[in-house]
Design a protein around this ligand. Sequence first.
Ligand code: NAD
Length: 330
Amino acid sequence: MSRFRVVIADFITDAMLPEREILGDVAEIVSLGASREEELCGHVENADALMIYHNIAISERTISQLRQCKLIIRCGVGFDNVACAAARACGIPVANVPDYGTEEVADSAIGLMLALTRGIALLNRRLQRHAGEWSYMQAVPLSRLRGRAFGIIGLGRIGTAAALRAQALGMDVVFYDPYVRDGYDKALGIRRVETLEELWPQVFVLSLHCPLTEETRHIVDARALAAMPRGCYLVNTSRGATVDTAAIPDAIRRGHLAGAGIDVLPSEPPPPDDPLVVAWRDPNDPCHDRVILNPHAAFYSEEGLLEIRVKAARTVRRALLGEPIRNVVN
Ligand code: NAD
């Protein structure tokens, strides 16, 4: 059998043991460890499969150079960093790995919510820098979560897992997702709203779990934040650009938004002059204590990381061998 060439574009820079175990008998595997698309030039043209993580984006420019590619696999859930339509036009399927970190991301969303709404992050930060008294009074007022509305945008795998967790905390779960079939809300015992305008005034905590698309870009902006009740919280573990993050500092300074837990930013790592990052780093800004930033870490666990590599490699193997490919997104 002729040996195929599989290129891992970014992120994986180790000995590639999981990939070798699954693909080693049929393919030579190369990892580029790229951090910019330009670095792929000269290395991917004759790839039979291209594996993409989250450190780079693949545009039409690269896709048009692929001469014999049977699959581009996004080793993750979101595929907004791959020009899927361009790949389709070239006859190249794009697949993702939809089911490796569902629990981890839902746990992180709930973790961010609890760290904010229980005052855990704020009190820790203030005590650590000797600001104020050694007393819960620094976090006053905090509200009981039971009975409060946990609003979800995007009730897919992760949104559903987050809904079940919030439900276990006694929260009143309400969601907006125009693509979910009727009746799913009944099965889960949660509430559905038909419009975002209905959602905003109800939420105590808003958690985003939708993909980044033209519809969802800045779905939460200054206007949406203003329409949410005073003292509400925002959690984003979806994609950075679903939120207009530049609107967060002002909402926090006005006391309208009580806190924000942000795992994902529009640009990662963020530029040093990103307004949210600047406000969060400044000990004199209320965002310092009321915003939690994470480096797109919600997906991560050792088990999840191995699962993603194994599942992605198995999908590549099927594509190379001409078998039906699972989880094609284009
Ligand atoms: P999914 O496809 O199962 O669910 C996404 C849901 O969003 C679907 O139900 C879809 O109908 C809904 N949706 C689409 N457009 C919408 C819109 N305009 N308004 C409201 N809802 C809309 O995906 P998932 O596995 O639950 O993952 C959700 C997102 O989480 C991914 O797209 C990815 O961007 C993000 N993610 C982040 C991390 C992380 O580490 N932070 C890890 C994995 C996934």
